[in-house]
Ligand binder design. Structure first.
Ligand code: PFF
Length: 471
């Protein structure tokens, strides 16, 4: 346990680079590799991608700085950190609602995130077995038909035993590292897995680029067709930006609370959001050429990574090795994010009930297992259960989709609006100036974004996204 600058014994990151790696580890995850390409593909490519980048720069980055600032000043769990900033600003302690909602949202996301983490484990196993069966030099899944490969995914998610079991396994691995603490567990995972992740990502992208269809991918991802930019697509891009940067759910407040005084939060936040966006774009450049050159469709949505992509590995030289490397890479990214998600409610519980970390991790983990099992079962035995059928935008959706939609469409944007209002209008200016590490014109730009652009744009996109789509 490192001693903080303030002399307290609260666990801290051992260095600035440890914080950067852990925060990038939190940001880079299934959101970048699974959700971003799926959403971009399902929402028409370029218009979605460019609007997404706009959301990251104008809304995501200012909020990321606001969240880390609250955490670093508070040096406590997310709600307590907000209360400390509020108290130093002589504001109402009830602003802590923004972080309490975040703790709940992080817990809900964790529950369905580990279900998808479990699917990744399944594919690691599938490619591992395939290497034994087909050898390493040929493509993956020799002698199997397209239907057989594509049926792997529905067969797996259709099985209650597989989905719940793998969810529990992924959650168990996450719990192990969170229980070991900030510098001993979370930092350890980030320090080893993130560099390995980057090496694999670059290798697979370069490999895919040689397979052709790179120009087609560039054109697909970066051609801006403004007429495609509908309300729901804008909300999807915003929700994706928030999910990807781990914002609006108190995650970055929590990680910021382990940062020492000597770290410049502005440049660090810029680095984190730059790296996260770069990984999302590289993931697009990695996945789409593979899919395009196999002549497959990019608009499969959530099935893109688990159904379309394995199929593409069949034709590829060394397909089973590349497939295994790909899913190991996704697994690493998912684990550094699930660890961050679990840390948010665990840190809250430690502060609130003065319990030891291991106990807190086990209790939260158990809760996430129950909710996660319900989400996993919504693909099989509970597929007819549509818990929010009475709300039009959730009509016909199973529990997994409800958790995903609730957090991305409500909790995250609302949490972010409250954060922007709190830091932009309520928090003491001197405190904010000291914490944010910005000077001159940059400071004013940030303040203008947090005060006006973020709340107005977030509220507008929230409303537009919820309006029924014109036929
Ligand atoms: N940013 C992660 C991803 O893109 O997969 C998901 C996430 C992690 C969201 C941690 C929120 C969080 F606090």
């Amino acid at each position: 346990m490192a001693l903080s600058q303030s002399g307290s014994t609260r666990d801290h990151w051992s260095s600035r680079s440890a914080f950067i790696l852990a925060a990038i580890g939190s940001a880079v995850g299934l959101g970048n590799l699974w959700r971003f390409p799926a959403e971009a593909g399902a929402n028409g490519g370029g218009a979605f991608v460019l609007f997404y980048i706009g959301c990251v720069v104008l809304i995501g980055l200012p909020i990321l700085l606001s969240e880390t600032l609250i955490g670093r000043h508070g040096q406590a769990s997310a709600p307590e950190s907000v209360r400390r900033v509020a108290s130093a600003s002589r504001a109402s302690p009830h602003w802590d609602i923004l972080a309490s909602m975040g703790v709940l949202a992080a817990f809900l996301i964790l529950s369905f995130y580990c279900v998808v983490g479990g699917w990744v484990l399944y594919y690691i196993g599938v490619f591992f077995v395939d290497i034994f069966n087909s050898g390493i030099s040929g493509g993956a899944f020799t002698d199997q038909s397209a239907e057989q490969i594509e049926s792997l995914f529905p067969t797996m998610i259709g099985s209650a035993g597989w989905t719940v079991g793998l969810d529990a396994l992924f959650l168990g691995i996450t719990l192990y590292f969170v229980a070991r603490g900030v510098s001993g567990g979370i930092e350890f995972v980030a320090k080893w897995l993130m560099p390995a992740f980057f090496v694999l990502l670059i290798l697979i992208t370069v490999y895919g680029a040689f397979g052709g269809a790179f120009n087609q991918t560039l054109e697909y991802l970066f051609t801006f067709e403004p007429e495609k930019l509908t309300g729901p697509i804008m909300l999807a891009a915003l929700g994706q930006a928030f999910f990807s940067l781990s914002l609006g759910v108190a995650g970055m407040i929590t990680y910021g609370s382990y940062v020492g005084r000597n770290v410049n939060l502005a440049s660090t936040s810029a680095l984190i959001s730059g790296a996260d966006t770069a990984v999302a774009l590289i993931a697009g450049l990695c996945i789409f050429p593979i899919v395009f050159s196999a002549g497959l469709s990019v608009s499969a949505g959530p099935g893109l990574m688990f159904q379309t992509l394995p199929h593409a590995f069949q034709e590829m030289p060394f397909g089973s090795v590349v497939g295994l490397a790909f899913f190991v890479m996704v697994g690493f990214a998912a684990l550094t994010s699930s660890v961050a998600l679990l840390e948010v409610p665990v840190a809250w519980m430690i502060d609130k009930f003065r319990v030891v970390r291991v106990f807190s991790a086990i209790i939260v983990g158990f809760g996430a297992l129950v909710l996660g099992a319900l989400a996993a079962l919504s693909f099989n035995v509970l597929s007819d259960w549509h818990p929010l059928d009475f709300i039009p935008i959730f009509e016909g959706q199973g529990f997994f989709d409800v958790l995903d939609g609730l957090t991305a469409k409500f909790f995250m944007p609302i949490g972010a609006i409250l954060t922007a209002l709190f830091i932009g209008w309520v928090a003491d200016r001197k405190l904010v100036d000291i914490e944010n590490g910005l000077g001159g014109a940059l400071h004013l730009t940030w303040l203008a974004l947090v005060r006006f652009v973020c709340p107005i744009a977030l509220a507008a996109i929230l409303v537009v996204g919820l309006l029924p789509e014109e036929e």
